[in-house]
Every structure is written in structure tokens, then in C-alpha cells.
Design a protein around this ligand. Structure first.
Ligand SMILES: NC(=O)c1ccc[n+]([C@@H]2O[C@H](COP(=O)([O-])OP(=O)(O)OC[C@H]3O[C@@H](n4cnc5c(N)ncnc54)[C@H](O)[C@@H]3O)[C@@H](O)[C@H]2O)c1
Length: 324
């Protein structure tokens, strides 16, 4: 497909924290297609960088833009300092048109030991009895195995209430430190970076700042307490930035993506069940892709959309407003 090269020769940059995967990587690719230079910070194993990530970075460079990347831990002062100095050295004053915070570094742990009525066991027992009334003998255990096979191997999403997740809860419960680190990195860290970029004069005259939230900002998912708290801090941070940074020309948005198949997503307990439920519930009966979100980010970088500010924008095909 022909893409416009609207930002070619503009000398503008996109700074993407968490740009080696998922939404961050897709946004980097989309903006590179439009001619924006890319600076990515990420944290991945060296082996993965060579085999999995380098081909993506080569694809970005093939667009004829500059790409600078830093494989660092952004929880560490050294890592943060290295990235900040690099932004100043590479992009320079007034050239960061997009700042995106897309780091997934949250603790997905239960608050207390899981306790719930055995709905699955009851349903399988009832099904076994109903089958028996029709002359078919299948024990609840056999039905359990069949349901799991049909769900995990044959893609029968509608069985998600009966199937067992292959992504179990973590053994250890949520600690205060988990909450603190998650709310920092996935919550107000967006504000800290946005403010520093502004203070050092690195943002463009009408810069866009973007971070990612999820439907777990309002509904409670088991094992998602820390990330949910972080999303609320993130959305509050974005509103504050939208207000206080507007006199400097910057806009802030939080994008609420639907359920998306990424490494971070697949670290959430029960995510396989959540994906099935999302495919059933979504009006378009598919998951959100990183590219869906990247297209929105590109659109938000255009001059025409500059009147949107401080909003939480859903990019989910209508998943969050759909019942079933
Ligand atoms: N996947 C979903 O279903 C979904 C839905 C809505 C919102 N989100 C949100 O989108 C954001 C990005 O998630 P994703 O699904 O694209 O994840 P992902 O796993 O694809 O990408 C996460 C990125 O964070 C980087 N990272 C992790 N820890 C880091 C650290 N300590 N220092 C530096 N970089 C680090 C990784 O290297 C990677 O580039 C998160 O805020 C997530 O909550 C995800």
C-alpha cells in the first residue's frame, strides 16, 4: 500500500518507551513509514534482540528514517539517564513530535488466595447427567478433557466459561512493592517523562503525548489490581498533562485498546479465556491488533486532529461497549 511521507524531511522524532513489541513497535513502524525518525527504549533479553527484534528494527531503518534504540531497564536511573541524554543528543530541541509510553512492566498477581464457587465442575456434572438421560455416558472428567481440547486445540471460543486457562495465577500474592513499582512505571511515569521532555525544550511546538490503557481501568480482572490502579493513575496524569502542557502546545491522550495478543497480554492470568471472550463479544469478532492502534496514533500526529486533548480514546472495534 502506498503511504504518504508527510513527515519526510521534517526532522521530527517519535520517542517510544516500550517500542520493541506490541503497540510501541507497531507505532514505530507506522510513523517511520510517514518519515518520522524513531528512538526506542525497551528491555529484552540479548538473545531476543538478535533473533526477534532486529528484523523489525531493520524494517524501520528500511523506511529511510533514523532509528536509535536502547535496551535498558527503565526502572533504573542509569537506564533512564541514558535514554534521556540520547533524546537530547539525537532529536535535539523542539523535535520530539510524539512521545509514547507503552511499557508493560506490571505485577499481575492476586490480592488473596483465589476462592470461587465451582461453576465449571457443576456445569460439567450437569452436562454429564443430561447426556446420560439421552443414553450417552461421559463422566465429568472426560467432558473436562474434551472441553479443554476443543477450546485450546480447535478454537471453540464459546467454551471459554468451561475451559481451564493455560495461564495460571502466580504462586505468590501481590506485595506492596509490586503495587508501588507498577503504579510508578505504568501510571505516573508517563507524566514524569512528559514533563522532563517539556522542561528541556525537546517537544515540538504541537507535540503529541500518548500512553496506553485498557478496559481493566474500570472493570476488575482477577490478578490485575496493580495494573488497574496504574491505569487510573495514568489517566489522571494524562488529564493533568493535557491541561498544564496545553499552553506549551502539547496534547495528551490515553488510548484504550481492546484485548490484543502481545507478550504482556499473555502474561495476564486467564488471558487465553479473556481473548476468547473478547472475540465473541467484539462487534467485529476479532481481537484488536497493534496495527489498529498504530493507525490511530499516526492520525493523532496529523495537524487536523489537534483539537482532541486529554481524552481516553477507545481503539477496540466497540468491544468495551458491547454486551454479548
Ligand atoms: N495487550 C493488551 O491486551 C493491552 C490492552 C490494552 C492496553 N495494553 C497496554 O499497552 C501497553 C503496552 O503493552 P503491550 O501489550 O504492547 O506489551 P508488549 O509486551 O508487547 O510490549 C511491552 C514493551 O515494554 C518494554 N519493557 C518492559 N519492561 C521494561 C523495562 N523495565 N524497561 C524498559 N522497557 C520495558 C518491553 O521491552 C516491550 O517493548 C501496556 O501499558 C499495556 O498495559 C495492553
Amino acid at each position: 500500500m502506498d503511504r504518504d511521507r508527510r513527515f519526510e524531511s521534517s526532522g521530527l522524532w517519535a520517542v517510544i518507551l516500550g517500542g520493541s513489541s506490541g503497540f510501541g513497535l507497531a507505532a514505530a513502524k507506522r510513523l517511520a513509514q510517514a518519515g518520522i525518525n524513531i528512538l526506542i527504549a525497551h528491555k529484552d533479553k540479548e538473545g531476543a534482540v538478535e533473533t526477534l527484534i532486529k528484523p523489525h528494527f531493520d524494517e524501520i531503518r528500511a523506511q529511510g528514517v533514523k532509528l536509535v534504540s536502547h535496551n535498558v531497564n527503565l526502572f533504573d536511573d542509569d537506564g533512564r539517564g541514558e535514554v534521556f541524554e540520547s533524546i537530547a543528543a539525537n532529536a535535539g530541541p523542539g523535535k520530539v513530535h510524539l512521545f509514547m509510553h507503552s511499557i508493560a512492566a506490571g505485577a499481575c498477581k492476586l490480592m488473596v488466595d483465589a476462592k470461587a464457587p465451582d461453576f465449571r465442575g457443576q456445569a460439567l456434572k450437569g452436562l454429564s447427567e443430561a447426556l446420560s438421560a439421552h443414553g450417552v455416558q461421559a463422566s465429568p472428567d472426560i467432558l473436562k478433557t474434551a472441553v479443554n481440547d476443543a477450546f485450546h486445540q480447535k478454537g471453540c471460543d464459546a467454551l471459554y466459561t468451561l475451559a481451564e486457562s493455560k495461564i495460571p495465577y502466580k504462586d505468590n500474592l501481590l506485595e506492596q512493592e509490586d503495587l508501588e513499582k507498577t503504579v510508578w512505571m505504568m501510571g505516573y511515569d508517563y507524566l514524569l517523562w512528559g514533563r522532563e521532555l517539556l522542561k528541556d525544550g525537546l517537544l515540538s511546538k504541537d507535540a503529541r503525548l500518548v500512553a496506553m490503557t485498557s478496559e481493566g481501568n474500570e472493570v476488575a480482572w482477577r490478578g490485575y489490581a496493580a495494573v488497574s490502579a496504574a491505569k487510573c493513575a495514568l489517566e489522571a496524569s494524562s488529564r493533568a498533562m493535557a491541561l498544564e502542557l496545553a499552553p506549551y502546545g502539547a496534547r495528551s491522550y490515553v488510548l484504550q485498546a481492546g484485548i490484543t495478543d502481545t507478550p504482556a497480554g499473555n502474561a495476564i492470568p486467564n488471558f487465553d479465556l479473556m481473548k476468547a471472550q473478547a472475540r465473541l463479544r467484539n462487534p467485529f469478532h476479532r481481537l484488536t491488533t497493534p496495527e489498529d492502534v498504530a493507525e490511530m496514533i499516526y492520525a493523532l500526529c496529523l495537524p487536523g486532529l489537534s483539537w482532541t486533548n486529554g481524552a481516553v480514546i477507545t481503539v477496540d472495534g466497540g468491544e468495551s461497549i458491547s454486551g454479548i
